[in-house]
Design a protein around this ligand. Structure first.
Ligand SMILES: Cc1ncc(COP(=O)(O)O)c(C=O)c1O
Length: 389
C-alpha cells in the first residue's frame, strides 16, 4: 500500500488561492487581459539593477550577517529616521526575504493557540491563514466598498478582548488600495499599547500614496516600539519584487527575538539583492515619484470607468495599485469572475480570496498600461450591461 505523508494538520489553514484558480483558467485561454497582477509593471530602475549586477561582479554572493547586510541595515535606519523623525538604529531592523517572510515572522511569532488576532477584511491573502496556521483564532472586522473600505477604529477597539494578541493593519492595503487616516491608526495604536496588544503593520505600499495626503505609519503613532512590529519591503516602491528583499522594524529587544526566528526560517536574505535594496533606499527617489504619478493617472481613469460601468460600486482608493469594486449584494464573485474571464477574457481576482465578507467584490489591479486597462473596460462594460442579478 502506498503511504501518504502525514501532513501537519496546521497546513489545513492554508486555502487554495483564488488567484491561482483564475490564473490556471487564464493560462488555457488566448487574448487574456490581466487586471489581476499584484506586482508593479515598471522596469526596475537602472541604478538599482547596476548595484545588483555590481554586487554579482564583485563576488558579493556569499552569506551576509543573518540580521542582514550591515550596509542595508544602516541604509534602512537612515531612511526611516529621515521619514519618521524618530531615531532608528540598525538594531531596530531585521532583513527578510521580501515582505512575505516579514509578515510570516511577525504573525507567527505572536499568534498562538488560545490567542486571537484581529484582522480587517478584505485582508491580504497571507494574514488570516498565517494566524490560523499558528493556532490562533481570527476576529474579522468587516469593511465595505460603500464606505471605501475605511475602518471604524472604535470597532477595532471594541473587538479587543482578553485573548487578543495582535491587530494587523495594512494601509494602504491590498486588495483595496484604501489608506487609513492618521486619526484611525493613532486611535488603534494608543488603545493597543494601553492594553498590551501588538500592532503588526504591513506597510509595503507606504510610498505609493496617490493623493496629497500625509501618509501615516504606526511608527508615527507609538511613543515606543515595544508593542509594534512594522513589515515592509522594496518590492512595490522600487518595482523589484523578484529580488525578494524586505524587513521588520521594532524595538531592539523585539528585533533580537525576531532575528533569532529569522535564523531558523531563511537564515539570510539574498546578498546581491540586499546591495540593490541599499542602492534603492539611498539613491534618487525620482523613480518613485514617476511611478506614483503614473499610478495616479491610471487610478483616476479606472475610478471613472468603474463609476460608468453598470452593477459595479466603486470608491476612490488613495494608495497602492488596486481597487475592489463590489457587485450587487449576494453575488458570488468567484463564479462571476470566472464567467467574466471566460466570456470577455478579462482576468480579475474574486473577492473571497481576501475574506468571507467580500464574496461579492472583485479585485482589479491597475499595475498595467493604461491602454490595456481601457481595452479591458471596453470589453467588460458592455458585457456587464447584459448581466442580470
Ligand atoms: C500587503 C502585502 N504584504 C506583503 C506582500 C509581500 O511582499 P513581497 O513580494 O516583498 O514578499 C504583498 C505582495 O503582494 C502585499 O500585497
Amino acid at each position: 500500500m502506498q503511504r501518504m505523508i502525514d501532513w501537519n494538520p496546521a497546513l489545513a489553514a492554508l486555502p487554495l488561492s483564488g488567484i491561482r484558480r483564475m490564473f490556471n483558467l487564464a493560462a488555457t485561454m488566448k487574448d487574456v487581459i490581466h487586471l489581476s497582477i499584484g506586482q508593479p509593471d515598471f522596469p526596475t530602475p537602472k541604478h538599482i539593477i547596476e548595484a545588483h549586477v555590481a554586487a554579482l561582479n564583485e563576488d558579493k554572493t556569499h552569506y551576509t550577517m543573518d540580521a542582514g547586510l550591515p550596509e542595508l541595515l544602516s541604509a534602512l535606519s537612515e531612511y526611516y529616521s529621515a521619514r519618521t523623525g524618530r531615531r532608528l538604529k540598525p538594531e531596530n531592523f531585521v532583513e527578510t526575504t521580501g515582505g512575505s517572510e516579514a509578515m510570516f515572522l511577525a504573525i507567527t511569532s505572536v499568534a498562538a493557540p488560545g490567542k486571537e488576532v484581529i484582522v480587517i477584511e478584505p485582508s491580504f491573502v497571507l494574514f488570516q491563514p498565517l494566524a490560523r496556521m499558528a493556532g490562533a483564532s481570527v476576529r474579522r472586522i468587516v469593511t465595505t466598498a460603500q464606505n471605501g473600505y475605511q475602518v471604524d477604529p472604535q470597532e477595532v477597539i471594541d473587538a479587543i478582548g482578553p485573548k487578543t494578541c495582535a491587530i494587523i493593519l495594512n494601509s494602504p492595503g491590498n486588495p483595496t488600495g484604501t489608506l487609513y487616516p492618521r486619526s484611525a491608526i493613532q486611535a488603534i495604536c494608543v488603545e493597543a499599547q494601553r492594553r498590551g496588544v501588538t500592532v503588526i503593520s504591513d506597510e509595503v505600499y507606504d510610498r505609493l500614496i496617490l493623493d496629497e495626503v500625509e501618509p501615516c505609519s504606526v511608527l508615527d503613532c507609538n511613543p515606543d516600539l515595544d508593542n509594534v512590529i512594522v513589515a515592509s519591503c522594496v518590492s512595490k516602491t522600487y518595482s523589484m519584487p523578484g529580488l525578494r528583499i524586505g524587513w521588520l522594524i521594532s524595538s531592539e529587544a523585539n528585533i533580537q527575538t525576531l532575528r533569532r526566528y529569522h535564523m531558523f526560517t531563511t537564515t539570510v536574505g539574498n546578498t546581491p539583492g540586499q546591495w540593490a535594496a541599499a542602492a534603492a533606499l539611498q539613491g534618487s527617489q525620482q523613480c518613485v515619484a514617476e511611478m506614483v504619478a503614473e499610478y495616479r493617472r491610471r487610478r483616476d481613469h479606472i475610478v471613472s470607468w468603474i463609476d460608468a460601468a453598470p452593477h459595479l460600486s466603486g470608491y476612490c482608493p488613495q494608495g497602492a495599485f488596486y481597487i475592489m469594486p463590489s457587485l450587487p449584494a449576494g453575488t458570488d464573485g468567484s463564479a462571476f469572475a470566472l464567467k467574466m474571464l471566460e466570456e470577455t477574457g478579462v482576468c480579475t481576482i474574486p473577492g473571497d480570496t481576501f475574506g468571507e465578507s467580500c464574496r461579492n467584490a472583485l479585485r482589479i489591479s491597475y499595475a498595467t498600461a493604461l491602454e490595456t486597462i481601457e481595452q479591458a473596460f471596453e470589453r467588460i462594460t458592455p458585457w456587464l450591461e447584459q448581466q442580470s442579478f
